[in-house]
Design a protein around this ligand. Structure first.
Ligand code: KG4
Length: 341
């Protein structure tokens, strides 16, 4: 095996086209092209997403290689997100990755997107110290499509202890934002407004389901119905109370997430706790993690903002560990859209 291992990572599971290069485990470049086209629709439009990936993929990969200061012939392997995600979006990245690897006659590495989010905790930059979690640890994986508690035993061995039975936490944020007439994605908007509000102003319903599973559909409905009643009495209700509404909604979501996580930590006896996925950018959730670290002596791992939402650095990082295991895939490996680890 050559001394220098260069992995190109490609991510295209939803509405971000991204490419990254990792050299011997250290990140050299991470380029993300976010698709603005979905903003006016209040959510990702799958057909538009795949078209945008088609336009972005070549310039994004080219820029990632240039920023890394290498040519394609120096690559050792191409890692790509195989799923879960939107079929049309995945197809663009996967097809490009397969064709590129084949043309360079180098191995292909398939990566699970959810595993990638967790592996973001192992991204290292040249010359920078990073506090990577020791195994085993628990990871709260919260994004627009998933809310899971995962027990991470090694880079490869991960077990889902619980997950949402309906909507994801990020989806609840996005839908409630839409109901209030705000933009997409709703999470960052709610986060910003919540900082100026009183989180105890309103109460919304919380789920009562067994085990470590989550549910956010009841909260979404309760938010919608309450709002409808309040707006009937005062048409300007949302404008007058937007900060308090956002703060109360955020508090409710964070409380739901942390309650199950506390239970899982207690039952497994694991006190190294990480958070990953787009919603891990949320200020209230990050504060709750710090608070739990103090109260329950947890050692918490919170990723830098740039690795919370979809990015190829986490795919290249996972690909690097798989490369060391010679865990390659064949050209006919199919994509998958459903949730699995
Ligand atoms: O991981 P991600 O980029 O994409 C998926 O794979 O789903 O997560 C996107 C989700 C969206 O629902 C977005 O509203 C949410 O992450 N999000 C946030 C914040 N930033 C992004 N939610 C709450 N607070 C934030 N600051």
């Amino acid at each position: 095996m050559s001394k220098d291992i260069y992995i190109l990572g490609i991510e295209s599971s939803c509405d971000d086209t991204s490419a990254a290069v990792i050299h011997n485990g250290e990140l050299l470049s991470n380029v993300v092209a976010s698709q603005k086209v979905h903003e006016e629709y209040g959510g990702v439009v799958p057909e538009l997403a795949s078209r945008a990936h088609q336009q972005n993929i070549v310039p994004v990969v080219d820029t990632a290689l240039k920023r890394a200061g290498i040519g394609p012939e120096q690559l050792s392997a191409v890692a790509f997100t195989r799923g879960p995600g939107l079929m049309g979006s995945l197809l663009v990245g996967v097809s490009f990755a397969k064709g590129f690897a084949r043309s360079l006659n180098i191995p292909m590495i398939e990566v699970n997107h959810l595993q990638g989010h967790i592996m973001a905790h192992f991204i290292r930059k040249p010359g920078e110290y990073s506090d990577t979690p020791e195994f085993p640890f628990l990871c709260l994986l919260v994004s627009g499509g998933n809310s899971q508690i995962v027990k991470v035993e090694s880079h490869k061995k991960m077990e889902i202890l619980g997950q949402t039975i309906d909507d994801a936490a990020g989806e609840a944020m996005d839908k409630c934002s839409k109901v209030m007439g705000f933009g997409y994605p709703g999470g960052p908007i709610i986060d910003r407004l919540a900082r100026k509000g009183n989180s105890k102003s309103f109460t919304f319903s919380k789920p009562n389901i067994p085990g470590y599973n989550y549910s956010f559909s009841g909260l979404k409905t309760s938010f919608l119905y309450n709002l409808r009643d309040w707006v009937k009495d005062d048409p300007d209700f949302i404008e007058h109370h937007k900060e308090d509404l956002c703060a109360s909604l955020e508090r409710t979501i964070v409380e739901i997430l942390m309650k199950k996580l506390r239970q899982a930590a207690k039952d497994t006896g694991i006190s190294r706790i990480a958070v990953a996925g787009g919603v891990s950018a949320n200020t209230g959730l990050r504060e709750a993690f710090q608070d739990h670290a103090r109260r329950f002596r947890w050692k918490v791992y919170i990723p830098p903002f740039s690795y919370t939402t979809d990015n190829a650095a986490m795919i290249a990082c996972t690909g690097y560990f798989k490369f060391l295991d010679r865990d390659f895939c064949q050209i006919d490996v199919p994509i998958y859209s459903n949730t699995r680890l």
